[in-house]
Design a protein. Structure first.
Length: 491
């Protein structure tokens, strides 16, 4: 018997199939999976190995959620079609995208015919924004952030009470060494799937971060997010301190507040205390740069709060003056009384002051790490939805199309393209995958009225009723998150 001449013929003879779901084009032997483990050769058929996830929504929105079921326990046929939302998780991909998306599902809601185009997008242009609720210094702005020694991007501008990291992105996925791309992809994937990741900031801290969990900074778990900057803390609590302290200094890396100079103290007719702090005065009672950033009081490098006092004016201050120094979370606090020589002497904190400090802590929210996934869906992925992609972009901008990711609402950036952001905590667990190009695979769904879909040049020949997906695709069922709006509600 002669050998088959072409590779295709040899593959066919050995039962090898080619996966065409991404540019890697794996050749998969019988019973094996491709490089990403998402597709396998099951009895000669290219098969998406993870079950597709359907979210079940109870009719009464506040009613009990359908519990998560394993694939073996699937009772999909019992789920009313009107309560099923087919997510892109496990849906599969089309590559190249001129083919219709894997599932284009019709259903009827409140007497309106709706359609959801369901796919898994393969994103080379994607990144994460990490919001880490802490005042502690994690590293200078623009400092490289590394995972397993590879740069996975950088520290970006801090927000109110939170340090921010930008991770991933096309340059680190594709523009560096192969290892940098792989580590960047794996780091993003772990965070997107709500796993913990260790990061090291050059010239800064080591961090363990996980979506929805308190961040760990240099081995210390952060508990409280600050109540506000030093100035805001004074604005909130000035009235409660009045009569119990003659001066309150709220130590903060960005804006340190001094009560009797501050507008809030003046409003309360508080007597000037003559205590001048270091740093640059911005406006009365508000000082910048009282110390360097660090892991001490209020995100500064200060361990001894008196170090920020530049001078005490003998013409204004007086012996017996009661001074409270406190951080913006209330975690650090010290109480002093000026002696005859106007030197601050540590003293036992009176009960009223102790309660006032506790009140700051009580008003802090729990510190969390938040992971926002951001990607551009304005490329060829659109061709899986419509033959005329610009009409999809316009329809999204005109709010005719609702975009979700694993059923979670996304924010679409204004301007060109379909650049979206989604909070991974609002998505089902393990919603993301990857391919070794490297790129992240994320679920994405486009929901609209069937009439609008026809209008924008949709693949009408590929529309199938949701019942056929529920009954034949062996999906997994997950409960609907009540905080997410129901995408099938006709607008
Ligand atoms: S990496 Fe995965 S999706 Fe890409 S061709 Fe291989 S098996 Fe298919």
């Amino acid at each position: 018997m002669s050998e088959p001449e072409t590779r295709e013929a040899r593959d066919a003879a050995e039962g090898i199939i080619t996966c065409d779901a991404c540019p890697v084009l794996c050749r998969i032997r019988p019973g094996r999976t491709g490089a990403c483990d998402r597709y396998g050769n099951v009895e000669g058929v290219l098969t998406r190995m993870d079950p597709m996830v359907i979210a079940a929504h109870t009719e009464a929105k506040q009613g009990p959620m359908v519990p998560f079921l394993g694939a073996g326990e699937w009772k999909g046929a019992l789920l009313p079609a009107s309560e099923a939302f087919v997510t892109g998780i496990g849906a599969g991909t089309t590559y190249p995208d001129y083919k219709p998306a894997p599932f284009i599902v019709s259903s009827r809601h409140r007497d309106v015919d709706m359609v959801t185009v369901v796919t898994e997008g393969i994103f080379s242009y994607c990144g994460l924004k990490l919001k880490i609720d802490t005042d502690r210094f994690v590293g200078p702005e623009q400092a490289p952030v590394r995972a397993r020694g590879e740069q996975v991007r950088h520290v970006t501008t801090a927000e109110y009470g939170s340090q921010m990291l930008a991770l991933g992105g096309v340059r680190h996925l594709t523009g560096g060494s192969k290892k940098e791309g792989v580590v960047t992809c794996e780091t993003m994937l772990a965070l997107c799937n709500k796993g913990p990741v260790e990061l090291a900031v050059e010239g800064g801290a080591t961090l363990t971060v996980q979506a929805g969990r308190p961040p760990v900074i240099n081995g210390t778990t952060e508990e409280r997010m600050r109540v506000g900057c030093g100035s805001a803390t004074i604005g909130i609590f000035a009235k409660q301190w009045q009569g119990h302290a003659d001066e309150v200094i709220v130590v903060d890396d960005h804006i340190t507040g001094v009560l009797t100079e501050h507008q809030a103290g003046r409003f309360l007719d508080m007597k000037p205390a003559g205590i001048r702090v270091r740093g640059r005065k911005s406006t009365p009672g508000r000082y910048f740069q009282v110390a360097n950033p660090g892991l001490g009081w209020g995100g500064t490098d200060i361990r001894d709060p008196l170090a920020i006092i530049e001078k005490i004016d003998p013409k204004t201050a007086w012996p017996g003056l009661r001074l409270l120094m406190v951080s913006t979370t209330g975690e650090d606090a010290a109480y002093f009384v000026l002696d005859e020589k106007l030197r601050p002497v540590p003293a036992e904190m009176p009960e009223a002051i102790r309660r006032a400090v506790e009140r700051i802590g009580e008003n802090c929210e729990p510190a969390l790490a938040t992971v926002m996934f951001m990607a551009g869906a304005g490329g060829s992925l659109r061709a899986g939805v419509t033959e005329n992609p610009i009409r999809l972009t316009r329809s999204i901008k005109h709010a005719l199309v609702r975009v979700t990711s694993g059923g979670a609402p996304v924010y679409i950036w204004p301007g060109g393209g379909i650049t979206y952001m989604v909070d991974v905590s609002a998505m089902p667990d393990n919603a993301f995958g990857h391919v070794p190009t490297p790129a992240i695979v994320a679920p994405i769904e486009f929901t609209m009225r069937l009439a609008d879909y026809r209008e924008l040049g949709g693949h009408m020949g590929s529309v199938r009723p949701v019942e056929s997906v529920i009954e034949r695709s062996h999906p997994q069922l997950t409960g609907w998150r009540p905080e997410n709006p129901w995408p099938l509600e006709p607008g």
